[in-house]
Ligand binder design. Sequence first.
Ligand code: ZN
Length: 60
Amino acid sequence: MGSVVEGIFWNEYKLVDIDSEGTEKYHCKHCNTTYVKNVTRFQNHLENYMNYQKIQYTKQ
Ligand SMILES: [Zn+2]
């Protein structure tokens, strides 16, 4: 995709665990939740978060 999201993506998610099958688990800073790696889902999640931030910012 090459969007801005990709650039900051891995700053927002932190690798916390890899299980015996090699499944990577990432912790999301924003909702304090650990997810199995799914880049598409992570990007959507982060885009939603950024849109939310933008709305908050515009309101001020
Ligand atoms: Zn999150």
